[in-house]
Design a protein around this ligand. Structure first.
Ligand code: ATP
Ligand code: MG
Length: 563
């Protein structure tokens, strides 16, 4: 499954760049940008775009700007800006001093609009939004020309200036590009490029009451920054002629080129900002950084690493057709990355008390355990062993099913890194009949050695010493949605929330070494999966998030495992 990622990937966008470099287009300059709108936190789909834009810049000794595309005051905020800056940096990318805001271009964009009016390429239209829509036509019928289309340049300039001055109500007038109401491409039918919106902007406050539309602001922002490749997602394909039209009318010399690629769609996940905002605002999750969220901040809190996310983005590559990527691939990348870097430790999620009857009352042995089975340079740690232990409730079965190799009446099992123990008897809760304690004996000859008589003990389970362990809370996450494509058309995505996406276990125990584990650090809990110390941790009481499960067939055989 693992694929070697070459440092210089190829795809159709890089092919275009290679061709341009051959002809010395843009004097050999490669300039890209990542242009998020600060109206939400960025997610794994944005990460794909970040990796692509910054990756190309890095590969071609070019530049990649971080531009906040903040031309629509509704819903934009500094909180989002700060989160985007933090998240892109955390993903491992650097824009040096090239942090830009489209809102810094408002005056320039206004002047560009004036220029369009002067050249007869834009007019103030006084139809309302419904009328504009009605007159736009359909795929099969051309649109109708606005009665205001032939206003004089002077009148247009005057009206536009008064729009800016705040003389009119929201929606009373718009500025439209004068292109072609009969164009087969609806986008080209005199699109609105400025509208009146009396909405304070998080950076320009009340200075502006007119705001440029995306199609107008984006291409010109690209041009102002000297961008050579304006890489965006496929839904902008129909807008490319408009992009080129605007840039063609207003920019001389080297012009940016828009290239579309397929957005990332991920199974069991929604990636539209509108939907993610709804999850947060309506408290379906606990915030943007809820570890179940596909946001960068959520994935970070969950315990994903930037390396794993970058590797995932490299593996999925860049294509021209939309598709749905299996979220299992992302989990696979995370697991592979953590397998290399996460130290091993033992944790018992659902404890069952075990007393080793023949082990001396007050004895404590320290077992030296490797922190990583394949990386000796990660060192060792001492794990205490004593007479009373906790094992996983699931690792004991009163009536063991077939192929169950763990503890049961009359059976033996190996305690990982320690001895072989044998079941002797069990204590039941008088009322419920539930097993509350096991009594076992240990075989002193088996410390890290097979039984001397050659008998086989196939099962190995994890444990912690009851006296020397730390109580912990462990949060088990599952997918947020229980259908493959909750974001597809016609799905009410909220109806498909997985009611079991979070299981909080408050009575877990981890080995003493993790008492002061650093928030943000990851461990592999033997046999359970990868876990990350959550920021809710308070001194002495760690809280762990399950990052991903280990994919072990063992869990399937037991059948009873939910983890
Ligand atoms: P919405 O989901 O509301 O359409 P958006 O996700 O497009 O918003 P932007 O802030 O405009 O939000 O996105 C910034 C950049 O990230 C854009 O260039 C956009 O094309 C890219 N991007 C957004 N979503 C994805 C995705 N799922 N896959 C790849 N790139 C994406
Ligand atoms: Mg967008």
């Amino acid at each position: 499954m693992t694929q070697v990622i070459t440092s210089n990937p190829t795809d159709f966008i890089r092919d275009i760049i290679d061709d341009d470099l051959q002809t010395n287009k843009n004097d050999g300059r490669v300039a890209t940008r990542f242009p998020p709108e600060p109206n939400g936190y960025i997610h794994i789909g944005h990460a794909k775009s970040v990796c692509l834009n910054f990756g190309i810049a890095g590969q071609y000794q070019g530049t990649c700007n971080l531009r906040l595309d903040d031309t629509d005051p509704l819903g934009e905020s500094m909180e989002y800006v700060e989160s985007i800056i933090r998240d892109v940096r955390w993903l491992g990318f650097d824009w040096s001093d090239r942090l830009f805001y489209a809102s810094d271009y408002f005056e320039k964009l206004y002047q560009f609009a004036v220029e369009l009016i002067k050249s007869g390429n834009a007019y103030v239209c006084s139809l309302n939004a419904d009328e504009v829509r009605e007159q736009r036509g359909t795929f099969t019928e051309p649109g109708k020309e606005s009665p205001y289309r032939n206003r004089s340049v002077e009148e247009n300039l005057d009206m536009f200036q008064r729009m800016r001055a705040g003389e009119f109500a929201d929606g009373a007038h718009t500025l439209r590009a004068k292109i072609d109401m009969a164009s087969p491409n609806i986008v080209m039918r005199d699109p609105v490029i400025y509208r009146i919106k009396r909405e304070p902007h998080y950076r320009t406050a009340t200075k502006w009451v007119i705001y440029p539309m995306y199609d107008f602001a984006h291409c010109l922002s690209d041009a102002l920054e000297g961008i050579t490749y304006s890489i965006c997602t496929l839904e902008f394909e129909n807008n490319r002629p408009l992009y080129d039209w605007i840039v063609g009318k207003l920019i001389t010399g080297s012009r940016p080129r828009q290239i579309e690629f397929a957005r990332l769609n991920l199974s069991y996940t929604v990636l539209s900002k509108r939907r993610l905002i709804e999850l947060v605002k309506k408290d379906y999750v606990q915030g943007w950084d809820d570890p179940r969220m596909p946001t960068v901040t959520g994935m970070r809190r969950r315990g994903y690493t930037p390396e794993a996310i970058r590797k995932f983005c490299a593996q999925i590559g860049v294509a021209k057709n939309d598709n749905l990527i299996d979220v299992a691939l992302l989990e696979h990348c995370v697991r592979e990355d953590l397998n290399d870097r996460a130290p091993r430790a033992m944790c018992v999620l659902r404890p069952l008390r075990v007393v080793i009857d023949n082990y001396p009352e007050n004895q404590v042995e320290q077992f030296e355990c490797a922190n990583h089975p394949q990386n000796p340079e990660m060192g060792t740690r001492e794990v205490p062993f004593s007479r009373v232990l906790y094992i996983e409730r699931d690792d004991f079965h009163e009536n063991p099913p077939k192929k169950y190799h763990r503890l049961g009446p009359g059976r033996e099992v190996r305690l990982r890194n320690a001895y072989v123990i044998k079941f002797e008897n069990m204590v039941l809760d008088e009322r419920t009949g539930e097993v509350v304690e096991l009594h076992c004996t240990y075989d002193p000859q088996t410390r890290n050695a097979p039984p001397a008589d050659g008998r086989k003990v196939p099962g190995v389970i994890h444990w912690v010493s009851a006296q020397q362990c730390v109580p912990a809370e462990v949060r088990l996450y599952d997918r947020l949605f229980n259908i493959e494509d909750p974001g597809s058309e016609g799905e009410e995505f909220i109806d498909h929330l997985n009611p079991n996406s979070l299981d909080i276990l408050t009575t877990c125990y981890v080995e003493t070494n993790l008492k002061n584990a650093e928030p943000g650090s990851q461990y592999q809990f033997e046999r359970l999966g990868y876990f990350c110390v959550d920021m809710d941790t308070v001194a002495g009481k760690p809280v762990f998030n399950r990052v991903v499960q280990l994919r072990d067939s063992w869990a399937k055989i037991a059948g009873s495992e939910k983890n």
